[in-house]
Design a protein around this ligand. Structure first.
Ligand SMILES: Cc1cc2nc3c(=O)[nH]c(=O)nc-3n(C[C@H](O)[C@H](O)[C@H](O)COP(=O)(O)O)c2cc1C
Length: 190
């Protein structure tokens, strides 16, 4: 369990933030893997991405190829939901957020410095993500000059954190939203 019904919303909030911090810090933590939901012209889309940073101001960061569908979808509609699940603690967190796309700017420059060695290839395929190919080998062609021209950083500015603690028959749900500059918790029927 991450929290119990006896704890105050303030204490639960601290535990939630601590656990999300572990998600980007500890590579074996389940919150490292985030399900990112977007709206496409064909309906909802969801995919797994890696949480790269969770800032003190609570913004969350993800790296992606600027040519990917998710970038196109977020440009059309920046409203997103990020979904986390911790199987051992049996906790789900849903973060409603507004996405910002950083490409060839100060934010993406700063993060590009952290992408080292062969990891840079992930953002340097000759063909754009999603391109139809006759066989899988076609995807394994990388630009001769490895650069950050297709690297982008998604920044998610959170609007709310809904936290569900599974607990036998007595599940607990609490919604954190910002009021007057402070994050406040509100218990909900799960
Ligand atoms: C464990 C795991 C981690 C992934 N991490 C990322 C990531 O950090 N960034 C990313 O763009 N895609 C990542 N992917 C691939 C995406 O799930 C997705 O297939 C790809 O980005 C294309 O998505 P799109 O067509 O919706 O843009 C990951 C996939 C898995 C299974």
């Amino acid at each position: 369990m991450l929290f119990t019904q006896d704890q105050s919303p303030e204490k639960i909030w601290k535990a939630v933030l601590h656990e999300l911090n572990l998600g980007w810090f500890d590579t074996s933590h389940p919150f490292r893997f985030v399900n990112l939901g977007t709206q496409s012209e064909h309906g909802p889309e969801v995919r797994t991405v890696i949480l790269r940073e969770f800032e003190k101001v609570l913004d969350l960061y993800v790296f992606t190829d600027f040519r990917s569908d998710k970038v196109r979808e977020l440009r059309a509609n920046p409203s997103t939901t990020l979904h986390f699940y911790h199987p051992e603690k049996r906790v789900q967190i849903r973060v409603k957020a507004k996405a910002e796309i950083h490409h060839q700017d100060l934010v993406s420059d700063a993060f590009w410095g952290r992408v080292l060695g062969d990891s840079r290839l992930a953002y340097n395929s000759v063909l754009a993500p999603g391109t139809e190919i006759p066989n899988p080998e076609e995807a394994f062609n990388w630009a001769e000059e490895i650069d950050d021209s297709s690297f982008s950083v998604l920044r998610f500015i959170p609007l709310s954190f809904e936290v569900l603690q599974l607990n036998g028959l007595k599940h607990l749900k609490i919604l954190f939203t910002k009021k007057d500059g402070k994050w406040k918790g509100q218990w909900l029927v799960p």
